[in-house]
Structures are given as structure tokens and as C-alpha cells.
Design a protein around this ligand. Structure first.
Ligand code: C5P
Length: 296
């Protein structure tokens, strides 16, 4: 009896150490400059070949859409169509990253699906080809295909790898509401941005392995839209710093706030202090290496 092939992929969350919006494009998107890293909070995907022509997605998380609205489902459909794959796939998504949180959980699930199906169906696609497919699914998907520390420009798809930041911890706090990225970008008034992140200073600090420099260069222009809409995001940032985080910032379009912490001994105090305020608090490590594409 032949055993059915089953593979696993991890889909880590990302955080933005800096996020700048340089302008609005004619295609409706914005021209961005972002420094991204991944953390070890991850969804897990299990993929198993189905002999019939179908994509079936299941999850332990009751609130997730499991059809075309889910980016992992869209990714599987895209691969099947583009490469004429007649076989199907059963995907189980163990969802651990909060949704609508600014952590690119959905994009990372889509990227993991692309990596996984490349292995499952022996498609032989390079990382660059997977990133280009990812671009069709969402602006953060190309980054999520390979991860690592990176500068992302354009819509988010022009990627320059950066060295790994020095080892450190991040405390993630997800307030009890979600934020729509399209809504935040829609409300952004470029002429009214008060302070811009120092992207070059962030890159130099990462290249120098300078943890203090990284904390000093944290910046995200989208805070100027999300914090007035949800003052709790600003309150969490203030609390993080008061409890001893070395730097704090909102990730992506929010509402998750992360605090960077160099010494593990500080983590418990920060997490405990914030748990009194928010239910979803995670202590994570920054991932130092890009995601390696493994082959079956
Ligand atoms: O690409 P994605 O579907 O993830 O983007 C979600 C929304 O975020 C877009 O519809 C757009 O409103 C906004 N966006 C943008 N400029 C970008 C990326 C996203 O305006 N570079």
C-alpha cells in the first residue's frame, strides 16, 4: 500500500521595525519602505495530497473563513490553476497568530502554502518564482515566502535581505479588536504626516548589530492613523515602555504593539503587567535566519 504524502510548514508572524509610506501610486497602492523581521509565533500547516481535484481547508479556529476568503485557500487554487495540477490537497491550518492584527498571519499562511505545495507536487519552483506567485495574493506574501530580516520597498515586493538583528525578545500585545489595512491606508493623509521613521538609521543599526540603535530608530507612520482611531494602541505602547521594554512600536497597520527586550530577565514583569490590561500577550524571539526551502 502506498502511503499518502504529508508535509508540514510553519508560517511565522512578521513585525515591522520601521514602516514608511513614500507616496500614493496610480494603481491605488502605496509606495512603501519597511524593515521586516519574523518572530517565533507561528501558524502550522499540514498538507496532504488528495487523489481528487479539490482544495479542502480545515482549521481548529472556528472564526476563520475556509473558502476563497482565506489566503491559504487562494494560494492552493492559484498553484493548481497556474501549473495545471489535477490532484487535490487537504490543508489543516493550526491558527496561532492573531488575525487582522498587523502580523501578516494570513500572508504567511499563503506563503507557507506556496512553499508546501512546491514540495508536495514536486513543482521545482525557485524561491524567486514562489515570491512572484505570492505577489498575486497580497503585498506581504513575497516577504513571507523567505522571511529573514529584509528591507521591503515598492508595494512590499521589492526585497533586499538584511543581516539578522542581534538576539533579543519581543513582547506582542494584541488589543481585543482588529484593524483593516485598507481602512488605515485609506485614512492616511500623506501631507499631514508629522514624523517619519529613519529607515537608513534602522538599516545601519541592524548592520552594526546595535540593539540600542534599533530601538532608537523604531518608527511607523501608520501609528498616526491607527492610534487616534484606537487610543488603546497608544496606551499599550506607553505601558510597554513604563514596564521596561527597550523600545515599542505598532506593527504594520496595527493594532498589535510589540516591545523589544534585550534581557530575558525583564520579560516576566512586562508580560505580567500587560496581562492585566489585555488577554493576548505573547513573549517571542526574533527569528535570526530566513526560512529555508526544503525539498521532499
Ligand atoms: O496587498 P494587500 O491585499 O495585502 O493589501 C491590503 C490593502 O492595503 C490594499 O487593498 C490597500 O488598500 C492597502 N495597501 C496599500 N499599499 C500597499 C499595500 C497595501 O495601499 N503597498
Amino acid at each position: 500500500m502506498t502511503r499518502k504524502l504529508k508535509i508540514f510548514e510553519k508560517a511565522p508572524a512578521k513585525i515591522n521595525l520601521s514602516l514608511d509610506v513614500l507616496g500614493k501610486r496610480t494603481d491605488g497602492y502605496h509606495e512603501l519602505e519597511m524593515v521586516m523581521v519574523m518572530v517565533d509565533l507561528a501558524d502550522r500547516l499540514e498538507m496532504e495530497e488528495l487523489p481528487r481535484d479539490a482544495v479542502i481547508l480545515t482549521s481548529q479556529a472556528g472564526f476563520l473563513p475556509l473558502d476563497e476568503k482565506n489566503l491559504a485557500f487562494q494560494a492552493a487554487r492559484l498553484v493548481k490553476e497556474r501549473f495545471g495540477v489535477k490532484k487535490g490537497v487537504y490543508i489543516h491550518l493550526d491558527k496561532r497568530i492573531p488575525v487582522s492584527a498587523g502580523l501578516a498571519g494570513g500572508s504567511s499562511d499563503a506563503a507557507a502554502t506556496l512553499r508546501g505545495l512546491n514540495r508536495l507536487w514536486n513543482l521545482g519552483l525557485s524561491a524567486e518564482e514562489l515570491r512572484r506567485l505570492g505577489e498575486e495574493l497580497g503585498s506581504d506574501v513575497p516577504y513571507c515566502v523567505t522571511g529573514g530580516a529584509a528591507l521591503a520597498r515598492g508595494r512590499g515586493e521589492i526585497l533586499t535581505p538584511l543581516p539578522a538583528p542581534p538576539p533579543c525578545w519581543a513582547v506582542l500585545v494584541k488589543p481585543p479588536f482588529g484593524v483593516s489595512t485598507a481602512d488605515v491606508f485609506g485614512k492616511l493623509r500623506l501631507s499631514q504626516i508629522r514624523s517619519r521613521p529613519r529607515t537608513q538609521a534602522m538599516i545601519s543599526a541592524i548592520e552594526a548589530g546595535d540593539f540600542r540603535g534599533i530601538c532608537a530608530a523604531l518608527g511607523n507612520v501608520l501609528e498616526e492613523v491607527t492610534i487616534p482611531m484606537h487610543p488603546m494602541v497608544g496606551q499599550i505602547k506607553d505601558m510597554m515602555l513604563r514596564l521596561g521594554a527597550d523600545g515599542a512600536l505598532m506593527s504594520g497597520s496595527g493594532p498589535t504593539v510589540f516591545g523589544l527586550v534585550e534581557r530575558e530577565s525583564k520579560l516576566a514583569r512586562i508580560c505580567n503587567g500587560l496581562r492585566g490590561f489585555c488577554r493576548e500577550v505573547y513573549a517571542v524571539r526574533l527569528l535570526s535566519a530566513p526560512i529555508v526551502q526544503t525539498r521532499t
